[in-house]
Design a protein around this ligand. Structure first.
Ligand SMILES: Nc1ncnc2c1ncn2[C@@H]1O[C@H](COP(=O)(O)OP(=O)(O)OP(=O)(O)O)[C@@H](O)[C@H]1O
Ligand SMILES: [Mg+2]
Length: 255
């Protein structure tokens, strides 16, 4: 399967973040010395209250934002100006807002954009794009203009545009936001099947409990917990302290 291109190298971390400090141009210090190591094939949740730095961290992972201090290493390659292209071929980033991701005249062109610019042959590009669209149930929409889709449909196309690149590391910012229950369930099953390294920033703790064995809790731009998800999800004190709530209080969307 073309979507499944994990480069399993046991000795090298999939992701190593060391002492990462990031301040926005207006001076807002969003990340205060983040340390995080993710092994190949791990599936990690990034949770925490609004403004805790989840999106900022993900946007640093493929160099869209450039930290003032600290290092990011992806499958053994350090992120720097010179390696940006190569790092971006390894880290597929889903933006939390699909309008930031979609820019082509048609859905198919958007999903084909990544593989096309990786220099793949046209047949392979089309095959990958269509496979990715099918994976999110959007194959019927390939000729539509992305900006004429509903928010949930845009999200699914944005996910397809990340999957089509075949990157070994997926960094997904709120992938289930705005999805209807069936699309959400299908996406969760898809992410569960993918043999890739996956980091998911989310407020969807049921998703975390279902398919992400490890949870990193961010608050105020710092990692305040990094433990097995089953521990975090049952630690009410920790959850409440960081603006989260035990699952029993959400009502189970898939009960
Ligand atoms: N463009 C920006 N300029 C200045 N500060 C910003 C900008 N974007 C985000 N911030 C600030 O950076 C901090 C981290 O924001 P970030 O978007 O990473 O949080 P988050 O954990 O993704 O939150 P959410 O759950 O709402 O998505 C917050 O204090 C936020 O106000
Ligand atoms: Mg965010």
């Amino acid at each position: 399967m073309t979507l499944d291109v994990s480069e399993r190298t046991e000795s090298v971390a999939a992701l190593e973040v060391e002492g990462l400090e990031y301040a926005y141009p207006d001076g807002t210090q969003a990340l205060h010395g983040i340390n995080l190591r993710v092994e190949p094939g791990e599936k990690v949740a990034l949770v925490g209250p609004n403004g805790s730095g989840k999106s900022t961290l993900l946007l640093n992972l493929n160099g869209i934002y450039r930290a003032q201090r600290g290092d990011i290493t992806v499958f053994g390659e350090r992120l720097e100006e010179r390696t940006l292209g190569s790092i971006r071929a390894k880290v597929g980033l889903l933006f939390s807002n699909p309008d930031d991701q979609l820019f082509s005249p048609t859905v198919l062109e958007d999903v084909a954009y990544g593989p096309l610019h990786m220099g793949l042959p046209r047949d392979e590009v089309l095959a990958r794009a269509r496979e990715a669209l099918a994976a999110v149930g959007m194959q019927e929409f390939e000729s539509r203009a992305p900006h004429h889709l509903s928010l949930g449909q845009k999200k699914r196309v944005a996910i397809a545009s990340v999957l089509s690149m075949g990157t070994p590391l997926l960094a997904l910012d709120e992938p289930t936001a705005n999805l209807d229950p069936r699309s959400r369930r299908e996406l969760i099953e898809l992410l569960d099947r993918l043999r890739l390294t996956i980091i998911v920033a989310t407020h969807d703790l049921a998703l975390v409990g279902d398919i992400l064995p490890r949870t990193v809790v961010l608050d105020g731009g710092r990692v305040v917990a990094d433990r097995p998800s089953r521990d975090v999800l049952t630690d009410s004190a920790l959850l409440f302290e960081h603006g989260l709530e035990p699952l029993s209080m959400h009502g189970h969307p898939h009960a």
